[in-house]
Design a protein around this ligand. Structure first.
Ligand code: SAM
Ligand code: SF4
Length: 476
């Protein structure tokens, strides 16, 4: 039996791809290991959105040189965006790499590993499946139950934001048909999944493949999933593009309780001049209007966002416009990045005009504002009751009472909530009513309103239905 170890970098799309890679390997008899020295295949699933990710990969692979020299049969593979972007060149750029495999070639991985293990030369496969797009379907594995899962609805991107490498690493937009999306969600829910996040680079531009109008039918897709998979508790999506936040989508947020009262809606900048240079295809006011409409659709609605600081030519006034937009929207979370020039992108022509020092200064100021907003939001939840879908053991190091373990999950709005539960209770997949007692910098701590013994004395499947609070479906 061959063993594999996968190291994943980057976004949810890569996390999702890593799961599919695991399933392809599992189907061919591979077994997972956490120990590199026991692995026959070390796979790095990479990101190339920012240059830092490139450097990280190179230094990470380098740490396995000694192991590779000792274990000549160890295969080192690179997958993901960097594999797609560099292709065959990566084989000579990092001499330890044996296999380079693009996101659309995942099913070929076992064959490529076999080729190298039987003495073949290093090999690269990075061909887009433009003619017959395929979407790998999740395989439910009862021995590894999941509470939350990703389902891809589209891949690639046609937006061509001037700073972004994704259209070159993931190719043109390809859509998955609704029948397949619904079928995959049903299978996952039958296997115990309670929360689905629909994935796509511009997820809300979704329409049926071959739909000649190409107009977003995303709201109709959400509605269909809600109707046909009533056992689903929560339906999220990421990342939506602001220009595809249609009235129908806003209306869906008002009517479908399965949609949480939160959206991650990347804005990138609050300056119209920057948005134009970035080719974001909306103005500051358009974004503010959409954000406000979402807020009106559902009480307590929160938004988080992505922002790039130090885009070429960003002036003090442009940056101040971003800060003022962040304050005006009152984001509950901000993911901010320093602009990083990427190969092939149109923004390269603009140069990298903002010094590293100024980028760092702006990033720090932005985080200051974002942290203050997040703190204010988390503090406002003290004493309230949230419905928390428990995902598993907590990563937080908070002090726990004796005989307790800390577990964590997400609220309906996506806040991370920790709960101290008696040791020995498996609460994964439980939807608990939790009173919030404490706010950390980025998460909350609370106490369940239901008594523990009720959960403890039941088998997991029964406990699930007993403790689940199914929200009413508000379809008019
Ligand atoms: N498709 C999504 C969207 O439109 O927002 C996000 C895709 S991208 C992988 C995630 C985030 O990385 C972007 O929202 C942007 O803020 C950031 N990003 C992309 N290219 C970048 C670059 N060249 N430099 C810095 N940040 C970048
Ligand atoms: Fe990149 Fe823009 Fe496409 Fe997002 S929408 S993946 S930022 S090109």
């Amino acid at each position: 039996m061959l063993r594999y170890l996968i190291q994943t970098f980057g976004c949810q799309m890569n996390v999702h791809d890593s799961r599919r890679i695991e399933e392809v390997l599992y189907a061919r008899g591979y077994e997972a290991t956490d120990a590199p020295e026991l692995a026959d295949l070390l796979l790095f699933n990479t990101c190339s959105v920012r240059e830092k990710a490139d450097h990280k990969l190179r230094s990470m692979v380098g740490t396995f040189r000694e192991l590779k020299e000792r274990r000549r049969d160890l295969v080192i593979a690179v997958a993901g965006c960097m594999a797609q972007q560099r292709g065959e060149a990566l084989l000579s750029e990092i001499d330890l790499v044996d296999v380079v495999i693009g996101p659309d070639n995942i099913p070929e991985l076992p064959e490529l590993v076999r080729h190298v293990r039987s003495g073949g030369p290093p090999i690269a496969r990075t061909v887009f499946d433009m003619d017959a797009p395929s979407f790998l379907t999740a395989q439910v594995r009862p021995e590894r139950p999941e509470v939350c899962a990703y389902v891809t609805v589209m891949k690639g991107c046609d937006e061509r934001c001037t700073y972004c490498i994704v259209p070159y690493t993931r190719g043109a937009e390809r859509y998955r048909c609704a029948d397949d999306i619904v079928a995959e969600i049903k299978t996952l829910c039958a296997g115990g999944v309670r929360e689905i996040t629909l994935l796509g680079q511009t997820v809300n531009s979704w329409h049926e493949p071959g739909d000649s109008g190409g107009e977003s039918r995303f709201a109709a897709l959400l509605e269909r999933i809600t109707r046909e998979v009533p056992e689903l508790w929560r339906l999220r999506y990421t990342s939506p593009h602001p220009r595809h936040v249609t009235d129908a989508l806003i209306d869906a947020h008002a009517r479908l309780a399965v949609l949480p009262a939160h959206v991650h809606l990347p804005v990138q900048s609050g300056s119209d001049r920057m948005l134009r240079l970035m080719l974001r295809r909306y103005r500051r006011q358009d974004y503010l209007d959409r954000a406000q409409a979402l807020r009106r659709a559902r009480s307590g609605f929160t938004l988080s966002t992505d922002i790039i600081v130090g885009f070429p030519g960003e002036t003090h006034a442009d940056f101040e416009a971003t800060l003022s937009l962040v304050r005006e929207v009152g984001f509950s979370g901000v993911f901010a990045f320093k602009y990083s020039p990427r190969p092939h992108t149109p923004a390269l022509r603009l140069g990298d005009t903002i010094s590293e020092e100024l980028k760092s200064e702006r990033l720090a100021r932005l985080f200051e504002v974002a942290d203050e907003l997040q703190q204010r939001h988390l503090q406002s939840l003290l004493g309230t009751t949230l419905q928390v879908l428990i995902e598993g053991p907590s990563k937080s190091a908070g002090a726990q009472p004796a005989n307790c373990v800390r577990v964590s999950g997400r609220s309906e709005r996506h806040e991370i909530v920790h709960v101290d539960a008696p040791s020995g209770l498996d609460l994964s997949g439980q939807l608990l009513e939790v009173r919030i007692d404490q706010a950390y910098k980025r998460s909350l701590v609370g106490t369940p309103l239901e008594p523990w013994p009720e959960v403890a004395s039941m088998p997991a499947s029964a406990a699930k239905s007993k403790t689940a609070v199914r929200l009413p479906l508000m379809v008019t």
